[in-house]
Design a protein around this ligand. Structure first.
Ligand code: SF4
Length: 209
């Protein structure tokens, strides 16, 4: 894996962002308001990948800013993970109408952009949020309930499949499992030397978000 110096990376990121904004490689380009590229840092040791933008994300052009994003933020904050530690994006960068699951041809069309993004971010730890992200990133149809909570090691990367926060908003009793998985991610980042151990034990946020 080549390591970019920061100035080259910033130039490459601007070029990449512009190519995303101009992209018309699938039909989602005809219904989007904004191309939703990322939030967080470039590079970052942790890359978090969801399914696709929803209405709030499409309107603002930023991933995970709706109710699911607020829950994700709470969990990350509880484990003292800041936007200096992570980079958040999605399998597809344009909103599927009515928030449907991205179709295989749409995910395939967007894959080269995600691959380019991955090379710029250079993560070591990857979190896949939900079954759709797992299906398209890992090429598996195994259910998220079976996949979640266990590391997949591939080419030197550590991949953690877990529940999508939108699912947790509808199934609050599963919140503990998403919490546990983010805890494993925090521990892995510490083990790899990206973070120092926390002084206090994190407390799981309660409530609907
Ligand atoms: S979803 Fe991806 S491939 Fe499709 S138009 Fe948007 S950026 Fe391009």
């Amino acid at each position: 894996m080549s390591v970019l110096v920061q100035s080259d990376r910033e130039t490459a990121w601007q070029a990449f962002s512009e190519s995303c904004r101009q992209c018309q490689q699938c039909s989602l380009s005809t219904t989007r308001k904004n191309v939703v590229i990322a939030r967080g840092r470039v590079p970052a040791p942790l890359m978090i990948i969801g399914e696709g933008p929803g209405a709030d994300e499409d309107a603002q052009g930023i991933p995970f800013v709706g109710a699911a994003g607020k829950l994700l933020n709470l969990l990350l904050f509880a484990f003292d993970l800041t936007d200096q530690d992570y980079h958040i994006c999605n399998i597809v960068k344009c909103r599927p109408p009515q928030n449907r699951v991205p179709a295989p041809d749409e995910a395939a069309a967007c894959k080269p952009l995600l691959a380019q993004q991955f090379r710029l971010v250079q993560p070591r730890v990857i979190v896949l949020l939900g079954a759709t992200a797992c299906q398209y990133f890992l090429g598996t149809k195994t259910g998220i309930t079976k996949l979640r909570g266990q590391w997949i090691e591939k080419n030197g990367y550590f991949i953690m499949p877990t529940f999508h926060p939108a699912y947790i908003l509808r199934n609050n009793n599963e919140r503990i499992r998403l919490w546990q998985d983010i805890g494993l991610v925090r521990a892995k980042l510490e083990e790899l030397g990206f973070l120092q151990p926390l002084d206090d034990i994190p407390v799981m946020p309660r409530g609907r978000q």
